[in-house]
Write a protein that binds this ligand. Structure first.
Ligand code: NAD
Ligand code: 3DD
Length: 512
Protein backbone atom coordinates (compact mmCIF):
# COMPACT_ATOMS: atom_id res chain seq x y z
CA UNK A 1 0.00 0.00 0.00
CA UNK A 2 1.77 3.16 -1.16
CA UNK A 3 0.04 5.71 1.04
CA UNK A 4 1.93 6.64 4.21
CA UNK A 5 0.15 6.53 7.53
CA UNK A 6 -0.33 9.85 9.29
CA UNK A 7 1.10 10.18 12.75
CA UNK A 8 -2.15 10.57 14.73
CA UNK A 9 -2.81 8.28 17.68
CA UNK A 10 -3.74 4.65 17.00
CA UNK A 11 -7.42 3.95 17.43
CA UNK A 12 -8.37 1.20 19.92
CA UNK A 13 -7.17 -2.23 18.73
CA UNK A 14 -7.03 -1.28 15.06
CA UNK A 15 -3.30 -0.48 15.13
CA UNK A 16 -4.30 2.33 12.79
CA UNK A 17 -4.14 6.10 13.23
CA UNK A 18 -7.60 7.54 13.83
CA UNK A 19 -7.28 9.76 10.75
CA UNK A 20 -5.01 7.67 8.59
CA UNK A 21 -5.18 9.76 5.36
CA UNK A 22 -5.20 6.50 3.42
CA UNK A 23 -6.80 6.59 -0.06
CA UNK A 24 -8.30 3.17 0.66
CA UNK A 25 -7.88 0.14 2.90
CA UNK A 26 -8.95 -3.31 1.68
CA UNK A 27 -7.76 -6.85 2.37
CA UNK A 28 -5.89 -7.58 -0.83
CA UNK A 29 -5.02 -5.59 -3.96
CA UNK A 30 -3.16 -8.38 -5.74
CA UNK A 31 -3.63 -8.58 -9.53
CA UNK A 32 -5.40 -11.94 -9.25
CA UNK A 33 -7.91 -10.65 -6.70
CA UNK A 34 -8.53 -7.49 -8.70
CA UNK A 35 -9.02 -9.50 -11.89
CA UNK A 36 -11.39 -11.91 -10.17
CA UNK A 37 -13.44 -9.01 -8.83
CA UNK A 38 -13.53 -7.27 -12.20
CA UNK A 39 -14.65 -10.42 -13.99
CA UNK A 40 -17.44 -11.04 -11.48
CA UNK A 41 -18.53 -7.40 -11.81
CA UNK A 42 -18.69 -7.88 -15.58
CA UNK A 43 -20.88 -10.93 -15.13
CA UNK A 44 -23.01 -9.09 -12.54
CA UNK A 45 -23.60 -6.07 -14.80
CA UNK A 46 -25.16 -8.37 -17.39
CA UNK A 47 -27.62 -9.42 -14.66
CA UNK A 48 -28.35 -5.85 -13.54
CA UNK A 49 -30.41 -4.40 -16.40
CA UNK A 50 -31.77 -1.56 -14.29
CA UNK A 51 -28.31 -0.19 -13.57
CA UNK A 52 -27.25 -0.75 -17.17
CA UNK A 53 -30.31 1.18 -18.36
CA UNK A 54 -29.58 4.09 -16.00
CA UNK A 55 -25.99 4.25 -17.28
CA UNK A 56 -27.35 4.44 -20.85
CA UNK A 57 -30.12 6.91 -19.99
CA UNK A 58 -28.05 9.30 -17.86
CA UNK A 59 -24.42 8.68 -18.89
CA UNK A 60 -24.34 11.82 -21.05
CA UNK A 61 -26.33 14.18 -18.85
CA UNK A 62 -24.28 13.38 -15.70
CA UNK A 63 -27.14 14.03 -13.19
CA UNK A 64 -24.82 13.24 -10.25
CA UNK A 65 -22.12 15.74 -11.27
CA UNK A 66 -21.23 17.56 -8.05
CA UNK A 67 -22.63 14.79 -5.87
CA UNK A 68 -20.18 13.54 -3.26
CA UNK A 69 -21.64 10.30 -1.92
CA UNK A 70 -20.53 8.43 1.20
CA UNK A 71 -21.92 4.91 1.04
CA UNK A 72 -22.32 2.44 3.91
CA UNK A 73 -23.65 -0.73 2.27
CA UNK A 74 -22.37 -4.34 2.11
CA UNK A 75 -19.27 -4.22 -0.15
CA UNK A 76 -20.30 -7.01 -2.51
CA UNK A 77 -19.91 -7.52 -6.25
CA UNK A 78 -23.43 -6.11 -6.73
CA UNK A 79 -22.58 -3.05 -4.67
CA UNK A 80 -19.43 -2.60 -6.73
CA UNK A 81 -21.63 -2.33 -9.82
CA UNK A 82 -23.85 0.17 -7.97
CA UNK A 83 -20.80 2.26 -7.03
CA UNK A 84 -19.48 2.37 -10.60
CA UNK A 85 -22.94 3.33 -11.83
CA UNK A 86 -22.98 6.29 -9.44
CA UNK A 87 -19.53 7.27 -10.71
CA UNK A 88 -20.59 6.90 -14.35
CA UNK A 89 -23.43 9.34 -13.64
CA UNK A 90 -20.94 11.90 -12.33
CA UNK A 91 -20.64 11.26 -8.60
CA UNK A 92 -17.55 11.18 -6.42
CA UNK A 93 -17.86 8.25 -4.02
CA UNK A 94 -16.27 6.90 -0.82
CA UNK A 95 -17.46 3.59 0.57
CA UNK A 96 -17.60 1.22 3.54
CA UNK A 97 -19.49 -1.97 4.24
CA UNK A 98 -22.38 -1.81 6.72
CA UNK A 99 -21.48 -5.17 8.28
CA UNK A 100 -18.21 -6.62 9.60
CA UNK A 101 -18.61 -9.91 7.70
CA UNK A 102 -20.33 -8.95 4.44
CA UNK A 103 -17.45 -7.56 2.39
CA UNK A 104 -16.38 -9.63 -0.60
CA UNK A 105 -12.68 -8.79 -0.72
CA UNK A 106 -12.36 -9.17 -4.47
CA UNK A 107 -15.25 -6.74 -4.95
CA UNK A 108 -13.55 -4.21 -2.69
CA UNK A 109 -10.27 -4.65 -4.57
CA UNK A 110 -11.80 -4.21 -8.02
CA UNK A 111 -13.70 -1.13 -6.84
CA UNK A 112 -10.53 0.50 -5.51
CA UNK A 113 -8.65 -0.16 -8.75
CA UNK A 114 -11.58 0.83 -10.96
CA UNK A 115 -12.17 -0.03 -14.62
CA UNK A 116 -9.18 2.00 -15.84
CA UNK A 117 -6.69 1.46 -12.98
CA UNK A 118 -4.13 -1.18 -12.15
CA UNK A 119 -3.29 -2.80 -8.84
CA UNK A 120 -0.20 -0.63 -8.50
CA UNK A 121 -1.93 2.51 -9.80
CA UNK A 122 -5.51 2.30 -8.47
CA UNK A 123 -7.92 4.70 -10.20
CA UNK A 124 -11.23 3.72 -8.68
CA UNK A 125 -13.10 4.64 -5.53
CA UNK A 126 -11.92 4.97 -1.92
CA UNK A 127 -13.12 1.83 -0.17
CA UNK A 128 -12.46 1.03 3.48
CA UNK A 129 -13.74 -2.53 3.98
CA UNK A 130 -12.57 -6.09 4.42
CA UNK A 131 -14.28 -9.33 5.45
CA UNK A 132 -13.88 -10.01 9.16
CA UNK A 133 -13.41 -6.47 10.52
CA UNK A 134 -13.38 -5.97 14.28
CA UNK A 135 -16.00 -3.58 15.63
CA UNK A 136 -13.31 -0.92 16.13
CA UNK A 137 -12.09 -1.44 12.56
CA UNK A 138 -15.68 -1.17 11.29
CA UNK A 139 -16.21 2.23 12.90
CA UNK A 140 -12.68 3.31 11.91
CA UNK A 141 -13.65 2.52 8.30
CA UNK A 142 -16.86 4.54 8.61
CA UNK A 143 -14.88 7.51 9.93
CA UNK A 144 -12.35 7.29 7.09
CA UNK A 145 -15.09 7.29 4.45
CA UNK A 146 -16.76 10.29 6.12
CA UNK A 147 -13.44 12.20 6.14
CA UNK A 148 -12.90 13.54 2.61
CA UNK A 149 -9.48 14.93 1.59
CA UNK A 150 -10.90 18.45 1.55
CA UNK A 151 -13.21 18.87 4.55
CA UNK A 152 -14.93 21.79 2.83
CA UNK A 153 -15.86 19.40 0.05
CA UNK A 154 -17.08 16.52 2.15
CA UNK A 155 -20.03 14.28 1.38
CA UNK A 156 -23.23 16.04 0.44
CA UNK A 157 -25.19 12.77 0.23
CA UNK A 158 -25.21 9.51 2.18
CA UNK A 159 -26.31 6.13 0.83
CA UNK A 160 -26.99 4.06 3.93
CA UNK A 161 -27.99 0.47 4.75
CA UNK A 162 -29.08 0.16 8.38
CA UNK A 163 -28.29 3.76 9.29
CA UNK A 164 -24.84 3.49 10.89
CA UNK A 165 -23.30 6.33 8.87
CA UNK A 166 -26.32 8.54 9.50
CA UNK A 167 -26.16 7.64 13.20
CA UNK A 168 -22.48 8.58 13.65
CA UNK A 169 -22.96 11.96 11.97
CA UNK A 170 -26.03 12.73 14.07
CA UNK A 171 -24.52 11.63 17.39
CA UNK A 172 -21.35 13.62 16.72
CA UNK A 173 -23.16 16.81 15.80
CA UNK A 174 -25.63 16.51 18.70
CA UNK A 175 -22.85 16.14 21.26
CA UNK A 176 -21.02 19.17 19.87
CA UNK A 177 -24.20 21.23 19.95
CA UNK A 178 -24.79 20.20 23.56
CA UNK A 179 -21.20 21.11 24.44
CA UNK A 180 -20.68 17.55 25.65
CA UNK A 181 -18.26 14.73 25.01
CA UNK A 182 -19.34 11.12 24.59
CA UNK A 183 -18.94 8.89 27.66
CA UNK A 184 -18.11 5.23 26.86
CA UNK A 185 -19.40 4.30 30.33
CA UNK A 186 -22.88 5.11 29.00
CA UNK A 187 -22.57 2.22 26.55
CA UNK A 188 -25.35 -0.37 26.45
CA UNK A 189 -23.43 -2.86 24.28
CA UNK A 190 -19.91 -3.57 23.01
CA UNK A 191 -20.73 -1.89 19.70
CA UNK A 192 -22.25 1.13 21.42
CA UNK A 193 -19.04 1.44 23.46
CA UNK A 194 -16.97 1.46 20.27
CA UNK A 195 -19.19 4.17 18.77
CA UNK A 196 -18.74 6.32 21.90
CA UNK A 197 -14.98 5.65 21.93
CA UNK A 198 -14.87 6.76 18.30
CA UNK A 199 -16.58 10.04 19.15
CA UNK A 200 -14.24 10.63 22.11
CA UNK A 201 -11.18 9.96 19.95
CA UNK A 202 -12.38 12.29 17.19
CA UNK A 203 -12.99 15.09 19.68
CA UNK A 204 -9.55 14.57 21.22
CA UNK A 205 -7.94 14.86 17.81
CA UNK A 206 -10.17 17.39 16.01
CA UNK A 207 -11.77 19.41 18.80
CA UNK A 208 -15.43 20.27 19.24
CA UNK A 209 -16.31 21.49 15.74
CA UNK A 210 -15.67 18.50 13.53
CA UNK A 211 -19.12 16.96 13.15
CA UNK A 212 -21.30 20.07 12.81
CA UNK A 213 -19.61 21.38 9.63
CA UNK A 214 -19.55 17.82 8.27
CA UNK A 215 -23.27 17.29 8.98
CA UNK A 216 -24.17 20.72 7.60
CA UNK A 217 -22.89 19.73 4.14
CA UNK A 218 -25.09 16.65 3.94
CA UNK A 219 -28.25 17.31 1.92
CA UNK A 220 -29.91 13.91 2.29
CA UNK A 221 -29.69 10.15 2.71
CA UNK A 222 -31.21 7.25 0.80
CA UNK A 223 -31.80 4.28 3.12
CA UNK A 224 -31.72 0.71 1.86
CA UNK A 225 -33.29 -1.42 4.54
CA UNK A 226 -36.22 -1.84 6.91
CA UNK A 227 -34.21 -1.31 10.10
CA UNK A 228 -32.49 1.79 8.72
CA UNK A 229 -35.83 3.24 7.69
CA UNK A 230 -37.14 2.57 11.20
CA UNK A 231 -34.23 4.59 12.61
CA UNK A 232 -34.88 7.46 10.17
CA UNK A 233 -38.61 7.55 10.93
CA UNK A 234 -37.84 7.60 14.67
CA UNK A 235 -35.53 10.59 14.20
CA UNK A 236 -38.02 12.41 11.99
CA UNK A 237 -40.74 11.87 14.61
CA UNK A 238 -38.42 13.12 17.35
CA UNK A 239 -37.50 16.18 15.28
CA UNK A 240 -33.80 15.27 15.31
CA UNK A 241 -33.40 14.31 11.64
CA UNK A 242 -30.87 16.77 10.15
CA UNK A 243 -31.57 16.11 6.46
CA UNK A 244 -34.25 14.42 4.34
CA UNK A 245 -34.30 10.67 3.87
CA UNK A 246 -35.61 8.69 0.94
CA UNK A 247 -36.89 5.30 2.08
CA UNK A 248 -35.65 2.98 -0.66
CA UNK A 249 -36.70 -0.12 1.26
CA UNK A 250 -40.38 0.56 0.72
CA UNK A 251 -40.20 0.91 -3.00
CA UNK A 252 -42.22 -2.15 -3.96
CA UNK A 253 -39.48 -3.18 -6.37
CA UNK A 254 -37.12 -3.30 -3.41
CA UNK A 255 -38.81 -4.83 -0.39
CA UNK A 256 -41.19 -7.15 -2.26
CA UNK A 257 -38.27 -8.45 -4.30
CA UNK A 258 -34.95 -8.11 -2.43
CA UNK A 259 -36.38 -8.84 1.02
CA UNK A 260 -38.51 -11.74 -0.26
CA UNK A 261 -36.91 -13.31 -3.30
CA UNK A 262 -33.40 -12.30 -2.34
CA UNK A 263 -33.69 -14.10 1.01
CA UNK A 264 -35.42 -17.02 -0.72
CA UNK A 265 -32.25 -17.40 -2.78
CA UNK A 266 -29.62 -16.62 -0.17
CA UNK A 267 -30.71 -18.10 3.16
CA UNK A 268 -30.42 -21.77 2.26
CA UNK A 269 -27.28 -20.90 0.27
CA UNK A 270 -25.75 -19.63 3.51
CA UNK A 271 -26.90 -22.59 5.64
CA UNK A 272 -25.52 -25.02 3.06
CA UNK A 273 -22.16 -23.27 2.70
CA UNK A 274 -21.78 -22.87 6.46
CA UNK A 275 -22.80 -26.32 7.67
CA UNK A 276 -23.30 -28.81 4.80
CA UNK A 277 -26.12 -30.08 7.01
CA UNK A 278 -29.06 -31.74 5.24
CA UNK A 279 -31.98 -29.31 5.32
CA UNK A 280 -34.59 -31.66 3.86
CA UNK A 281 -36.92 -33.09 6.44
CA UNK A 282 -35.42 -31.02 9.22
CA UNK A 283 -37.62 -28.92 11.51
CA UNK A 284 -37.02 -25.21 11.01
CA UNK A 285 -38.40 -22.21 12.85
CA UNK A 286 -38.42 -18.79 11.18
CA UNK A 287 -39.19 -16.00 13.63
CA UNK A 288 -40.88 -13.12 11.84
CA UNK A 289 -43.10 -13.62 8.80
CA UNK A 290 -42.73 -10.25 7.13
CA UNK A 291 -41.02 -9.80 3.78
CA UNK A 292 -37.72 -11.37 4.84
CA UNK A 293 -39.45 -14.10 6.85
CA UNK A 294 -41.63 -15.03 3.87
CA UNK A 295 -38.59 -15.36 1.64
CA UNK A 296 -36.72 -17.27 4.34
CA UNK A 297 -39.56 -19.75 4.80
CA UNK A 298 -39.66 -20.37 1.04
CA UNK A 299 -35.90 -20.80 1.01
CA UNK A 300 -36.00 -23.60 3.58
CA UNK A 301 -39.21 -25.12 2.21
CA UNK A 302 -37.48 -25.24 -1.17
CA UNK A 303 -35.25 -27.86 0.39
CA UNK A 304 -38.27 -29.59 1.92
CA UNK A 305 -37.58 -28.54 5.47
CA UNK A 306 -40.60 -28.70 7.75
CA UNK A 307 -40.96 -25.01 8.56
CA UNK A 308 -42.98 -23.31 11.30
CA UNK A 309 -43.05 -19.59 12.06
CA UNK A 310 -43.43 -17.39 15.10
CA UNK A 311 -45.09 -13.97 14.80
CA UNK A 312 -46.60 -11.19 16.88
CA UNK A 313 -48.67 -9.74 14.04
CA UNK A 314 -51.99 -11.57 13.60
CA UNK A 315 -52.18 -10.64 9.90
CA UNK A 316 -48.77 -12.13 9.13
CA UNK A 317 -49.67 -15.11 11.32
CA UNK A 318 -52.89 -15.62 9.36
CA UNK A 319 -50.95 -15.39 6.11
CA UNK A 320 -48.71 -18.16 7.43
CA UNK A 321 -51.73 -20.32 8.26
CA UNK A 322 -52.96 -19.84 4.69
CA UNK A 323 -49.56 -21.05 3.49
CA UNK A 324 -49.94 -24.26 5.50
CA UNK A 325 -47.40 -23.19 8.10
CA UNK A 326 -47.74 -23.88 11.81
CA UNK A 327 -47.68 -20.68 13.85
CA UNK A 328 -46.00 -21.47 17.13
CA UNK A 329 -44.32 -19.82 20.08
CA UNK A 330 -40.56 -20.40 20.29
CA UNK A 331 -40.73 -21.51 23.92
CA UNK A 332 -43.17 -24.30 23.01
CA UNK A 333 -41.03 -25.82 20.26
CA UNK A 334 -37.45 -24.84 21.10
CA UNK A 335 -36.34 -28.36 22.10
CA UNK A 336 -37.58 -29.86 18.84
CA UNK A 337 -36.16 -27.52 16.20
CA UNK A 338 -33.08 -28.27 14.08
CA UNK A 339 -32.68 -24.87 12.35
CA UNK A 340 -33.59 -21.47 13.85
CA UNK A 341 -33.66 -18.29 11.77
CA UNK A 342 -34.66 -14.85 13.05
CA UNK A 343 -36.09 -12.31 10.59
CA UNK A 344 -37.79 -9.70 12.74
CA UNK A 345 -35.67 -6.54 12.83
CA UNK A 346 -36.36 -6.71 16.55
CA UNK A 347 -34.01 -7.74 19.40
CA UNK A 348 -33.63 -10.53 21.98
CA UNK A 349 -35.66 -12.92 19.89
CA UNK A 350 -33.57 -16.01 20.60
CA UNK A 351 -32.46 -15.83 24.21
CA UNK A 352 -29.90 -17.89 26.10
CA UNK A 353 -32.78 -19.56 27.96
CA UNK A 354 -33.89 -20.89 24.59
CA UNK A 355 -30.36 -21.98 23.64
CA UNK A 356 -30.05 -23.97 26.88
CA UNK A 357 -33.01 -26.11 25.76
CA UNK A 358 -32.00 -26.57 22.12
CA UNK A 359 -31.13 -29.89 20.52
CA UNK A 360 -27.44 -30.82 20.37
CA UNK A 361 -25.96 -29.07 17.34
CA UNK A 362 -29.09 -27.10 16.52
CA UNK A 363 -28.26 -24.45 13.92
CA UNK A 364 -28.99 -20.85 14.94
CA UNK A 365 -28.84 -17.92 12.55
CA UNK A 366 -30.22 -14.47 11.92
CA UNK A 367 -31.09 -12.85 8.59
CA UNK A 368 -32.21 -9.55 10.11
CA UNK A 369 -29.94 -6.50 10.01
CA UNK A 370 -28.34 -6.48 13.46
CA UNK A 371 -26.90 -9.25 15.64
CA UNK A 372 -29.09 -8.42 18.62
CA UNK A 373 -31.91 -10.61 17.34
CA UNK A 374 -29.95 -13.38 19.01
CA UNK A 375 -28.67 -12.80 22.56
CA UNK A 376 -25.03 -12.98 21.45
CA UNK A 377 -23.81 -10.56 24.14
CA UNK A 378 -25.11 -12.84 26.91
CA UNK A 379 -23.59 -15.87 25.19
CA UNK A 380 -20.22 -14.07 25.02
CA UNK A 381 -20.50 -13.29 28.75
CA UNK A 382 -21.01 -17.01 29.43
CA UNK A 383 -17.73 -17.70 27.67
CA UNK A 384 -16.03 -15.26 30.07
CA UNK A 385 -17.72 -16.96 33.05
CA UNK A 386 -16.64 -20.42 31.83
CA UNK A 387 -20.19 -21.71 31.31
CA UNK A 388 -19.80 -21.90 27.54
CA UNK A 389 -16.88 -22.75 25.27
CA UNK A 390 -16.71 -20.99 21.85
CA UNK A 391 -15.09 -23.20 19.21
CA UNK A 392 -14.40 -21.85 15.71
CA UNK A 393 -15.24 -24.49 13.12
CA UNK A 394 -14.40 -22.07 10.31
CA UNK A 395 -14.78 -18.30 9.86
CA UNK A 396 -18.35 -17.26 10.70
CA UNK A 397 -19.25 -20.77 11.91
CA UNK A 398 -18.90 -21.49 15.64
CA UNK A 399 -19.83 -24.30 18.01
CA UNK A 400 -20.95 -22.89 21.36
CA UNK A 401 -20.58 -25.76 23.87
CA UNK A 402 -22.57 -25.46 27.08
CA UNK A 403 -20.69 -26.87 30.07
CA UNK A 404 -23.56 -27.47 32.47
CA UNK A 405 -26.35 -29.01 30.44
CA UNK A 406 -26.74 -32.79 30.33
CA UNK A 407 -28.47 -33.56 27.05
CA UNK A 408 -25.33 -33.48 24.96
CA UNK A 409 -23.29 -36.54 23.88
CA UNK A 410 -22.81 -39.10 26.71
CA UNK A 411 -24.94 -36.94 29.00
CA UNK A 412 -22.51 -34.06 28.76
CA UNK A 413 -23.08 -30.51 27.73
CA UNK A 414 -24.84 -29.91 24.43
CA UNK A 415 -23.72 -27.54 21.70
CA UNK A 416 -25.40 -25.18 19.27
CA UNK A 417 -23.96 -24.01 15.94
CA UNK A 418 -24.27 -20.23 15.53
CA UNK A 419 -23.68 -18.76 12.07
CA UNK A 420 -22.04 -15.38 11.33
CA UNK A 421 -21.92 -14.69 15.08
CA UNK A 422 -25.59 -13.78 14.90
CA UNK A 423 -25.09 -11.22 12.14
CA UNK A 424 -26.95 -11.46 8.86
CA UNK A 425 -26.19 -14.97 7.75
CA UNK A 426 -26.71 -14.62 4.00
CA UNK A 427 -23.92 -12.05 3.69
CA UNK A 428 -21.70 -13.47 6.43
CA UNK A 429 -21.81 -17.10 5.28
CA UNK A 430 -22.67 -16.67 1.61
CA UNK A 431 -22.66 -13.86 -0.97
CA UNK A 432 -26.10 -12.41 -0.32
CA UNK A 433 -28.75 -11.91 -2.94
CA UNK A 434 -28.07 -12.49 -6.62
CA UNK A 435 -27.39 -9.66 -9.03
CA UNK A 436 -30.77 -9.62 -10.77
CA UNK A 437 -32.54 -9.13 -7.43
CA UNK A 438 -30.10 -6.45 -6.24
CA UNK A 439 -30.44 -4.70 -9.58
CA UNK A 440 -33.99 -3.65 -8.69
CA UNK A 441 -32.97 -2.46 -5.22
CA UNK A 442 -30.01 -0.52 -6.54
CA UNK A 443 -31.89 1.00 -9.46
CA UNK A 444 -34.12 2.53 -6.79
CA UNK A 445 -31.02 3.67 -4.91
CA UNK A 446 -29.57 5.47 -7.95
CA UNK A 447 -32.93 7.11 -8.71
CA UNK A 448 -33.15 8.22 -5.07
CA UNK A 449 -29.64 9.70 -5.15
CA UNK A 450 -30.44 11.58 -8.38
CA UNK A 451 -33.64 12.88 -6.79
CA UNK A 452 -31.85 14.06 -3.64
CA UNK A 453 -29.03 15.66 -5.61
CA UNK A 454 -31.59 17.51 -7.72
CA UNK A 455 -34.07 18.56 -5.07
CA UNK A 456 -33.22 17.51 -1.49
CA UNK A 457 -34.10 20.89 0.03
CA UNK A 458 -37.69 20.62 -1.20
CA UNK A 459 -38.21 17.52 0.99
CA UNK A 460 -37.62 19.17 4.36
CA UNK A 461 -36.55 16.94 7.26
CA UNK A 462 -38.85 14.11 6.19
CA UNK A 463 -38.70 10.44 5.23
CA UNK A 464 -40.40 9.75 1.92
CA UNK A 465 -40.64 6.97 -0.65
CA UNK A 466 -40.19 7.31 -4.40
CA UNK A 467 -43.35 7.86 -6.47
CA UNK A 468 -45.10 4.82 -7.94
CA UNK A 469 -44.35 5.67 -11.55
CA UNK A 470 -40.64 5.28 -10.75
CA UNK A 471 -41.34 1.97 -8.99
CA UNK A 472 -43.11 0.78 -12.15
CA UNK A 473 -40.19 2.07 -14.25
CA UNK A 474 -37.81 -0.10 -12.19
CA UNK A 475 -40.04 -3.12 -12.75
CA UNK A 476 -40.23 -2.46 -16.49
CA UNK A 477 -36.44 -2.33 -16.72
CA UNK A 478 -36.18 -5.91 -15.45
CA UNK A 479 -38.92 -7.66 -17.45
CA UNK A 480 -36.89 -8.31 -20.60
CA UNK A 481 -34.49 -10.42 -18.56
CA UNK A 482 -37.31 -12.91 -18.09
CA UNK A 483 -38.68 -12.58 -21.59
CA UNK A 484 -41.84 -11.11 -20.06
CA UNK A 485 -44.26 -9.42 -22.50
CA UNK A 486 -46.53 -6.78 -20.97
CA UNK A 487 -50.10 -6.41 -22.17
CA UNK A 488 -51.05 -2.88 -23.30
CA UNK A 489 -54.11 -1.34 -21.64
CA UNK A 490 -56.60 0.21 -24.07
CA UNK A 491 -57.83 3.73 -23.39
CA UNK A 492 -61.31 2.38 -22.61
CA UNK A 493 -59.98 -0.23 -20.21
CA UNK A 494 -57.74 2.38 -18.54
CA UNK A 495 -60.73 4.66 -18.10
CA UNK A 496 -62.81 1.76 -16.80
CA UNK A 497 -60.38 1.04 -13.97
CA UNK A 498 -59.52 4.68 -13.41
CA UNK A 499 -55.88 4.70 -14.52
CA UNK A 500 -54.02 6.01 -17.57
CA UNK A 501 -52.67 3.55 -20.17
CA UNK A 502 -49.10 4.46 -19.20
CA UNK A 503 -49.80 3.93 -15.48
CA UNK A 504 -49.42 4.17 -12.56
CA UNK A 505 -51.62 1.08 -12.50
CA UNK A 506 -52.39 1.02 -8.80
CA UNK A 507 -53.54 3.55 -6.18
CA UNK A 508 -51.03 4.58 -3.50
CA UNK A 509 -52.76 2.43 -0.88
CA UNK A 510 -52.49 -0.76 -2.98
CA UNK A 511 -50.66 -3.59 -1.24
CA UNK A 512 -48.76 -5.86 -3.60
P1 NAD B 1 -40.94 -6.69 8.29
O1 NAD B 1 -41.36 -5.60 9.20
O2 NAD B 1 -41.63 -6.88 6.98
O3 NAD B 1 -41.02 -8.10 9.03
C1 NAD B 1 -40.58 -8.29 10.35
C2 NAD B 1 -41.64 -9.15 11.03
O4 NAD B 1 -41.15 -9.54 12.31
C3 NAD B 1 -42.96 -8.40 11.24
O5 NAD B 1 -44.03 -9.10 10.64
C4 NAD B 1 -43.12 -8.34 12.75
O6 NAD B 1 -44.46 -8.50 13.17
C5 NAD B 1 -42.25 -9.53 13.19
N1 NAD B 1 -41.77 -9.44 14.57
C6 NAD B 1 -41.29 -8.35 15.19
N2 NAD B 1 -40.95 -8.67 16.46
C7 NAD B 1 -41.24 -9.98 16.63
C8 NAD B 1 -41.12 -10.90 17.72
N3 NAD B 1 -40.66 -10.51 18.90
N4 NAD B 1 -41.51 -12.19 17.52
C9 NAD B 1 -42.00 -12.58 16.32
N5 NAD B 1 -42.15 -11.77 15.26
C10 NAD B 1 -41.77 -10.48 15.42
O7 NAD B 1 -39.37 -6.48 8.05
P2 NAD B 1 -38.50 -7.16 6.89
O8 NAD B 1 -38.47 -6.26 5.72
O9 NAD B 1 -38.93 -8.55 6.77
O10 NAD B 1 -37.01 -7.07 7.54
C11 NAD B 1 -36.66 -7.82 8.67
C12 NAD B 1 -35.18 -7.56 8.98
O11 NAD B 1 -34.38 -8.04 7.90
C13 NAD B 1 -34.84 -6.07 9.10
O12 NAD B 1 -33.80 -5.91 10.07
C14 NAD B 1 -34.26 -5.74 7.72
O13 NAD B 1 -33.41 -4.60 7.77
C15 NAD B 1 -33.52 -7.00 7.41
N6 NAD B 1 -33.24 -7.30 6.00
C16 NAD B 1 -32.22 -8.19 5.77
C17 NAD B 1 -31.93 -8.57 4.46
C18 NAD B 1 -30.80 -9.52 4.21
O14 NAD B 1 -30.37 -9.66 3.04
N7 NAD B 1 -30.28 -10.19 5.24
C19 NAD B 1 -32.64 -8.05 3.39
C20 NAD B 1 -33.68 -7.15 3.65
C21 NAD B 1 -33.97 -6.79 4.97
N1 3DD C 1 -28.11 -7.54 0.65
C1 3DD C 1 -28.40 -8.83 0.38
N2 3DD C 1 -27.63 -9.29 -0.63
C2 3DD C 1 -26.84 -8.24 -1.02
C3 3DD C 1 -25.85 -8.11 -2.01
N3 3DD C 1 -25.53 -9.15 -2.81
N4 3DD C 1 -25.21 -6.93 -2.16
C4 3DD C 1 -25.52 -5.86 -1.36
C5 3DD C 1 -26.48 -5.91 -0.37
C6 3DD C 1 -27.14 -7.12 -0.20
C7 3DD C 1 -28.76 -6.73 1.68
C8 3DD C 1 -29.87 -6.00 1.00
O1 3DD C 1 -30.97 -6.89 0.93
C9 3DD C 1 -30.30 -4.76 1.71
O2 3DD C 1 -31.13 -4.16 0.82
C10 3DD C 1 -31.06 -5.01 2.98
O3 3DD C 1 -30.46 -5.49 3.92
O4 3DD C 1 -32.26 -4.65 2.98
Amino acid sequence: MSATLSQSAHFLDTNLPLFADLPHKVADLSPATVAFGRKEMELALHEMPGLLALREEFGDSQPLAGARIMGSLHMTIQTAVLIETLVELGAEVRWVSCNIFSTQDHAAAATVVGPEGTFDRPAGVSVYAWKGESLAEYWWCTLQALTWPNAEKGQNLILDDGGDATLLVHLGAELEEAGKNANPDDATSDEHRVILETLVAVRAEKGDNFWRPLAAQIRGVSEETTTGVHRLVERAAAGTLRFPGINVNDSVTKSKFDNVYGCRHSLVDAVNRATDTLVSGKKALVVGFGDVGKGSVDSLRGQYARVAIAEVDPICALQACMMGLDVVRIEDVVADIDIFCTATGNFNIIKVEHMLQMKHNAIVCNIGHFDNEIEMAVLEDMVKSGDVEKIEIKPQVHEWKFKNTTHGPKGGGHSIIVLAEGRLVNLGCATGHPSLVMSASFTNQVIAQIELHKDAESYGKTVTTLPKHLDEKVARLHLDKFGAKLTVLSDEQAKYIGVTPAGPYKPEHYRY
